[in-house]
Design a protein around this ligand. Structure first.
Ligand SMILES: [Fe+2]
Ligand SMILES: [Fe+2]
Length: 344
């Protein structure tokens, strides 16, 4: 089983029968001879992630499960609520959320510039055949390129793809590009929470824990957008374009799977390692688990609650000046799949 890969191998594309072009614009990834979409930079990256995962499990390690808790929180607004808005020509909430997803994806480009500390120097045993040892050998770089491209706009990555999705579904320049709200930061996350580790190791692990949670929550968004774009009663004047938007969302969804897989594996490996610290050897799970519990709870509960209040506030503003605004707002709230959380 091959466990050690070069940076070039982790970043390797294709082989593609044809590249991914949309309306004359090059997007990342490509297609095989059957027309099946192949995500960018996954030719060796996927087999590598699977090999490292098998190795961890063979050594008695276990994979963390973050999905169950997080995916209990429904998407807000629900597809039925957004459908109601769209059927009454209230398009700003969908426009804004698609724009902001694109802007957040663009920010993901920063992963191409992140350098992980030398974990081998802190850990007992040889870690060369692990995801951890490949962070600086293409894993972080390929992730950042998937999200935000290389900055040249030559090949469209997720940021460009979400903007394209938005414009296909709603039309170009329908509304202005919204300002991004300040990022929600977990209280206490700027303090030392893993004192056994060097600050740069703690910082990198917490950064990637947060990215993992954002990736897992994004899965809710894929299901939400696919349900909307494939609804035959919506985007009625532009059904063909809405179907194309759904196709691009499916491609993005496929690209995200290796991100979740390597980050889940990374945190799992960290739990399995024996760390050498000034106070002696410590099992990784003693360092990781208390913080992972806090990070996942923050993203599972507080973040959706903050975002939900902001989303509902925007809907209220959109409806405030309409004659039918009050009744529409009541109908919108009645369709809330998680009504007990609604705050007036
Ligand atoms: Fe992405
Ligand atoms: Fe991602």
């Amino acid at each position: 089983m091959k466990l050690i890969y070069s940076t070039d191998e982790i970043l390797a594309d294709g082989p593609y029968a044809r590249l991914n072009f949309f309306d004359g614009r090059r997007l990342h990834g490509g297609f095989d001879a059957n027309g099946t979409y192949i995500s960018p930079r996954t030719h060796e990256r996927w087999p590598a992630i699977r090999a490292w995962r098998d190795k961890l499990l063979a050594e008695g390690g276990e994979l963390i499960d973050a999905s169950t808790q997080v995916l209990r929180v429904p998407h807000y607004p629900s597809p039925a609520q957004m459908k109601l808005l769209l059927q009454h020509d209230v398009t700003l909430p969908l426009w804004n959320s698609l724009s902001i997803i694109g802007l957040i994806e663009g920010r993901g480009r920063m992963l191409t510039t992140v350098t992980a500390p030398d974990f081998q120097s802190m850990i007992d045993g040889d870690i060369s055949g692990t995801a951890t040892a490949h962070l600086n050998k293409g894993l972080l770089r390929s992730h950042g390129l998937d999200e935000g491209g290389d900055g040249t706009h030559r090949i469209g990555a997720h940021d460009a793809m979400w903007f394209l999705v938005r414009d296909l579904a709603l039309g170009e320049h329908l509304h202005p590009i919204p300002e991004m709200a300040a990022r929600e930061v977990r209280p206490g996350s700027d303090l030392r929470e893993m004192p056994a580790l060097l600050p740069e190791a703690e910082g990198l692990i917490k950064l990637l824990m947060n990215v993992l949670m954002v990736e897992i929550r994004a899965e809710r968004g894929f299901a939400f957008h696919l349900a909307l774009f494939r609804d035959k009663e919506l985007f009625t004047g532009r059904r063909d374009r809405a179907e194309l938007a759904a196709m691009i969302v499916s491609q993005i969804r496929q690209d995200e799977a290796p991100h979740v897989a390597y980050l889940q594996l990374l945190i799992s490996e960290m739990r399995h390692f024996q760390f050498r610290t000034p106070g002696g050897r410590i099992q990784g799970r003693a360092i990781i688990d208390p913080i992972w519990t806090k990070v996942s709870a923050w993203h599972a509960n507080q973040v959706p609650s903050i975002q939900r209040d902001a989303a509902r506030e925007l809907v209220k503003e959109c409806l405030a000046h309409r004659k039918d605004g009050t009744s529409l707002m009541e109908a919108f709230d009645r369709l809330d799949s998680d009504r007990q959380r609604t705050v007036n």
